[in-house]
Design a protein around this ligand. Structure first.
Ligand code: DSN
Length: 448
């Protein structure tokens, strides 16, 4: 099936870049844990005529005419989200995770209120109160941390909550490889009368598949982006639980008002349709099998990396993600490993590790995840092979280490890039990666 025919006639430049990006996605191993491959059905909905419509307001209460079908689409998306996550209220309009989280602050806090979230460099998210995010500037942020074993320090969080009396507590992360302790955080929030918001963006697909506990019984508010393990288009959903409505019967209407008109204008109806399709796909038995395989694959990959001598934060994983601690290999190795793996056709991202010893710009870890390779149909056997490739690439570059002197770093990085560009072993791995990818075709039959 040939797609983007009209784009090819109208704008060759963009058409060619999309064609190249499809080839890149097809021929590389996508291991960034927050990325995935949406289905053709999801992408067709997102690329539909719905992009033409304005529909400020909510179903049945719009500021524009002509919303007969958009109302139905949004209502379907809402009902599917409520059923899948077992909640009484869902708002599918947030443009993405960061604005969704800000809507949650606006609904529950006033500027200057105390908020708590996991520290960014321990694995938390920018919008959970980090200093460079407005969430750390408009609110008084008191971050909690992980312990030396990499697990969330629940005792510290309890103590900080009791001392600082937060209005809102976040439980959720972007670089945390263990189960999120919803029950314990509900106890902490309840003891202080705080709202508990669960940001399950990374694990929502696993929650649906039953391989990660659901926060529905524990949190007042749940937020998920829709494009990670959930495998939909880029967007977000805010949900209010039964518990949240018992605590504050106005909570759903507060969220509704802060999303629109508080923060956003017209919802992106094409994205809403894509979310509805992704939620339908996520309600199938096949999706449950997929979610289980994501975790099985992550565990298999973790075991292979460990067998090859690599150190993992928390020594393993409960979810879709692995955080490799590269400190035994060299200083600030995250960048070098990311670049070298990129050359081998393996896409990961450099990441800080808890108590980052080097620098947030040149961090000491890499973050890996299995949602995208699992979508391609890869299983434990392939994870073992991929783990071997990763270890082989790291072996090739283990003599590099980031200079302590900041002025020397740019020159050193440029030299590193030149040298790995010529590395024969990495070139050989790249060939093997392409062969492996071809055995697990992506968007089969699609031509641009
Ligand atoms: N950027 C996302 C991630 O990679 O985890 C979070 O916003």
């Amino acid at each position: 099936m040939r797609i983007l025919k009209n784009l090819g006639k109208t704008d060759r430049e963009i058409h060619d870049m999309i064609k190249k990006e499809l080839k890149r996605q097809r021929e590389s191993l996508e291991l960034i844990p927050s990325e995935n491959f949406a289905s053709m059905a999801v992408m067709e909905a997102v690329g539909s005529v719905l992009t033409n419509k304005y529909s400020e307001g909510y179903p049945g209460r719009r500021y524009y005419g002509g919303n007969e079908f958009v109302d139905k689409i949004e209502s379907i998306a809402i009902e599917r989200a409520k059923a899948l996550f077992g909640v009484p209220y869902a708002n599918v309009q947030p443009y993405s995770g960061s604005p969704a989280n800000f809507a949650i602050y606006a609904a529950t806090c006033k500027p200057g209120d105390v908020v708590m979230g996991m520290n960014l460099t321990d694995g938390g998210h920018l919008t959970h109160g980090w200093k460079t995010s407005v969430t750390g500037q408009y609110f008084k942020s008191v971050p909690y941390h992980v312990k030396s074993d990499g697990y969330i320090d629940i005792d510290e969080a309890r103590k900080l909550a009791s001392e600082n009396k937060p209005r809102l507590i976040w439980i959720g992360a972007t670089a945390y490889t263990r189960a999120l302790p919803f029950k314990e955080f509900a106890e902490i929030a309840d003891a202080e009368g705080a709202y508990l918001a669960a940001d399950i963006s990374h694990v929502s697909g696993l929650v649906i598949a039953g391989v990660h506990e659901s926060p529905a019984k524990y949190a007042d508010i749940i937020m998920t982006t829709t494009h990670k393990t959930l495998r939909g288009p880029r967007g977000a959903i805010i949900m209010v639980t039964d518990k949240g409505l018992q605590k504050d019967p106005e909570l759903a209407s507060k969220i509704e008002k802060t999303v629109f008109p508080g923060l956003q204008g017209g919802p992106h109806d094409h994205t809403t349709a894509g979310i509805a399709v992704a939620l339908l796909e996520a309600s199938t038995p096949e999706f449950k099998t997929y979610g289980r395989q994501i975790v099985t694959n992550a565990k298999a990959l973790a075991e292979e990396l460990k067998a090859r001598g690599l150190k993992l934060v928390t020594n393993g994983t409960d979810n879709h993600m692995i955080l490799v601690d590269l400190t035994p290999i060299g200083k600030g190795m995250g960048l070098f490993v990311q670049e070298a793996l990129d050359k081998a056709g393996i896409t990961v991202n450099k990441n800080t590790i808890p108590n980052e010893p080097f620098s947030p710009f040149y961090p000491s870890g890499i973050r890996l995840g299995t949602p995208a390779v699992t979508t391609r149909g890869m299983k434990e056997q392939e994870m073992k092979v991929i783990g071997g490739y990763i270890a082989d690439v790291i072996e090739e570059i283990k003599s590099y280490s980031m200079p302590e002197e900041k002025e020397e770093r740019q020159e050193y990085i440029a030299k590193f890039k030149k040298e790995i560009g010529k590395n024969r072993k990495i070139k050989e791995i790249k060939k093997n990666v392409v062969d492996l990818c071809k055995r697990f075709p992506l968007y089969e039959g699609v031509k641009i």
